[in-house]
Design a protein around this ligand. Structure first.
Ligand SMILES: O=c1ccn([C@@H]2O[C@H](COP(=O)(O)O)[C@@H](O)[C@H]2O)c(=O)[nH]1
Length: 269
């Protein structure tokens, strides 16, 4: 999917909401446990109930890897279900990968060819040759961790080296990498006050913004400081949406929470 197609969807749906499919088997409604594949059954119900309200879904790989082969099968079924039924929805493998070049090439092949995600999150700290294998894929997107939503972001990312904060150095340096037009960046909603400066560095890039909902980030502030003339934002909420209810009505409850976020987003567009 191209970024223009993604922007079209944002305007069509009046939404830049991404739902995080972070499925913890211990948190899903108990009646689903008798299904052959409870994780996929949960995801399918959430997708069926919310797809008109969102422009992206983001399964976080940790939740699937934690379930071994069954988790991988559920992930594969989920991405296939999305690509077959909702090809207009942007998909993000939140995997935070990155390694020496030939290994990164294998990660890129796994997420872009085999699983056919539109994008994957990548850690920048092994540098250019660890990221460029992802960037080489046309119409696929590499979402680089810039300023993350967690407290530990202050340990390294906001520390100054040669008078410049490390996350800014990451952003500036990455712009010169081959196929840098395929980059997007992760900026936590909990760090919204940094978005104005980030927008000076990358006025046109899409930002994936996790941290509203369970982590307490403000959607209003994210929009105030982070929105560009083409919107340029994908705001993620996982737990606050998918675990809105533990009962049989969990998918409707998720849709209600997603609708609240979508309506607030519509008011900022
Ligand atoms: O800086 C980051 C990068 C990634 N994440 C991921 O986003 C979701 C957030 O989940 P919530 O339940 O809405 O808090 C989760 O998959 C994180 O691993 C992030 O939170 N911050």
């Amino acid at each position: 999917m191209t970024t223009s197609q993604l922007t079209e969807q944002i305007h069509l749906k009046k939404s830049f909401l991404c739902i995080g499919l972070d499925v913890d088997i211990d948190k899903i409604p108990k009646h689903l446990l008798k299904e052959e594949d409870p994780i996929f059954a949960f995801n399918k119900a959430i997708i069926d109930a919310t797809h008109q309200l969102v422009v992206a879904y983001k399964p976080n790989l940790a939740f699937y890897e934690a379930q071994g082969i069954k988790g991988f099968q559920a992930l594969k079924k989920t991405i296939d279900y999305l690509n077959e039924n909702h090809p207009e929805i942007f998909t993000i493998a939140d995997a935070k990968r990155g390694d020496i070049g030939n290994t990164s090439g294998m990660y890129a092949k796994a997420f872009f060819e085999d699983l056919n995600f539109d994008s994957v999150t990548v850690a920048p700290y092994m540098g250019k040759d660890s990221v460029e294998p992802f960037l080489a894929y046309e119409n696929k997107h590499t979402i680089l961790l810039a300023l993350t939503s967690n407290e530990g972001a202050f340990d390294f990312q906001t520390q100054s080296f040669d008078g410049e904060e490390l996350y800014k150095k990451v952003i500036k340096t990455s712009k010169d990498w081959n196929n840098g037009q395929n980059l997007m960046y992760v900026v936590g909603a909990t760090k919204a006050e940094h978005l104005r400066e980030i927008r000076h560095l990358i006025p046109e890039s899409f930002l994936l913004v996790p941290g509203v909902g369970a982590q307490g980030g403000s959607l209003e502030e994210v929009c105030k400081f982070g929105m560009n003339r083409k919107v340029g934002l994908l705001v993620n909420a996982s737990r606050a949406v998918i675990y809105a209810s533990e009962d049989e009505n969990f998918a409707e409850a998720a849709a209600t929470e997603a609708k609240k976020l979508q309506q607030e987003m519509a008011s900022y567009l």
